[in-house]
Design a protein around this ligand. Structure first.
Ligand code: ADP
Length: 443
């Protein structure tokens, strides 16, 4: 910089000197100096204009790839440096804004809710990944398409055209597979934001809840109706002692049925609400099966052939980790079903075996009527019965197998059923290896 000024000074002095000398020769020395100064100023101004043009041209051509070379100095270099600093700052701001909008886009794509932007003519402008999955749309291919040409559900098309968006609507996209709750929000000038949420599971749970309440009400109303009928009979009729006892017996059986239903409902509620059974509390399956054997004898009243596992050192040492009460209830339900559904003189057999992978299998087999294949997958649903009157006549609530399934699944195991009409049924409980051990009883 100093160098530059020094050279400029020398040039100015030199030019003025030459002007003075030339003026002196013409006998008007100051005119010579003034002329030299004018020529110098014009040259300097032409040179600056030329340099400025050069810089402007470079700026247009190189569009931000401008660099300051080492030898460049002077006012032009300062200007170039200032421009470079401005460009750098601008680039940094653009990069920060770009990264911010990328983060925003990533967040919008990560949400499980669908977002679809439409312009004032309902043409698609943008969508996130969830919206594309919900509606089966393609972000690039479907850009600028009119949305109602692609999402053709009449409920959706009507909703879009009514312009009343205070409440969301439910739209079935695929029956039983995808139900969406859709809401439209207006923004800008006539633009729309469509929000979609997958409510398939929520709706399924809601339907189950409604069915459950309806089923429970029905199950309770039936014995209550019978009971109140008997009460009226007792009030209105002058019954003999023997008839009274008969009616009272039937009333007792109806109230027992209600009590059993409530007991089963409470068991189910407990199974659904309680924390999962621990892996550290071990109980003896031998003791559990022994108690169930005694219950089974009482239930059958000697009408069936009952076979339980033989006493053996291995079986006596069989232990399971988890909740003894839940497993007791599960196995007893299977055994009592077998007794209830198997006609007199039929036989029921309980077998256990260890499998190669260390898991245990407990099987309850009967020679009862068997169950047709089409019912098997639904047997463990609450209140599902193959023969409703047979179930009620034998004191069933329709909740037994639901309890069994819940209890064994809470222990990481599974319930499987094999049956054939006329050939009896086999209900199997698979207990995972992690919850079974053969241990010394003294442990
Ligand atoms: P329930 O109280 O009606 O017995 P469950 O849930 O225990 O209810 O059983 C559901 C249905 O499965 C029963 O209604 C019955 O039709 C059928 N079922 C269960 N166990 C047997 C069995 N051992 N033999 C034949 N049918 C059975």
């Amino acid at each position: 910089m100093l160098n530059h000024l020094f050279l400029l000074n020398i040039a100015v002095m030199g030019a003025l000197g030459v002007g003075y000398y030339w003026g002196h020769w013409l006998e008007v020395p100051f005119l010579g100096v003034a002329l030299a100064a004018c020529v110098l100023v014009s040259m300097l101004s032409a040179w600056h204009t030329f340099k400025l043009r050069q810089l402007t041209q470079k700026l247009w051509q190189e569009q931000g790839n401008l660099t300051l070379l080492e030898h460049e100095q002077g006012a032009m270099a300062d200007l170039k440096q200032a421009i470079l600093r401005l460009i750098r700052q601008k680039n940094q701001t653009i990069a920060a804004e770009q990264s911010q909008s990328e983060q925003l886009l990533m967040a919008l794509n990560a949400t499980p809710n669908g977002l679809l932007l439409l312009d004032a003519d309902n043409r698609i402008q943008w969508m996130n990944a969830a919206a594309s999955a919900h509606f089966g749309l393609h972000a690039q291919k479907d850009y600028a398409q009119v949305v109602s040409n692609l999402i053709r559900s009449p409920a959706f098309v009507d909703y879009l055209h009514t312009g009343q968006f205070d409440q969301p609507i439910n739209v079935v996209i695929k029956p039983d597979v995808l139900l969406l709750s859709i809401r439209v929000c207006m923004y800008g000038q006539g633009r729309k934001l469509i929000l979609s949420q997958d409510v398939t599971d929520r709706e399924r749970t809601e339907v189950m809840r409604r069915d459950f309440v309806a089923n429970v009400s029905h199950e309770i109303r039936t014995p209550l109706t019978v009971l109140s009928g008997f009460v009226e009979t007792m009030q209105d009729m002058n019954l003999a002692r023997e008839q009274q006892l008969h009616v009272l017996g039937m009333m007792a059986s109806q109230s027992n049925r209600m009590l059993q239903l409530i007991a089963d409902l409470l068991t189910l509620a407990k199974l659904e609400g309680d924390p999962l059974p621990t892996m550290t509390q071990w109980f003896s399956l031998w003791d559990t099966l022994n108690s169930i054997h005694q219950d089974a004898q009482a239930l059958s009243g000697g009408k069936h052939g009952l076979t339980f596992p033989e006493e053996s050192p291995a079986f006596k040492s069989l232990q399971m980790a988890g909740n003894a009460t839940e497993m007791y209830s599960a196995i007893l339900n299977l055994v009592s079903n077998a007794i209830r559904y198997t006609p007199a003189h039929g036989s029921i057999e309980v077998v256990w075996s260890m499998r190669e992978d260390g898991s245990a299998l407990l099987t309850v087999q009967d020679t009862g009527p068997g169950i047709a294949r089409e019912h098997l997958s639904r047997l463990a649903q609450r209140f599902y019965r193959v023969d409703t009157s047979r179930s009620r006549d034998t004191g069933g609530t329709g909740l037994g197998l639901a309890i069994v399934k819940h209890a064994i699944e809470r222990h990481g195991g599974e319930l499987s059923i094999e049956s054939e009409v006329g050939k009896g049924s086999q209900f199997r409980l698979l207990i995972p290896a992690s919850r079974v051990r053969l241990a010394d009883k003294s442990e």
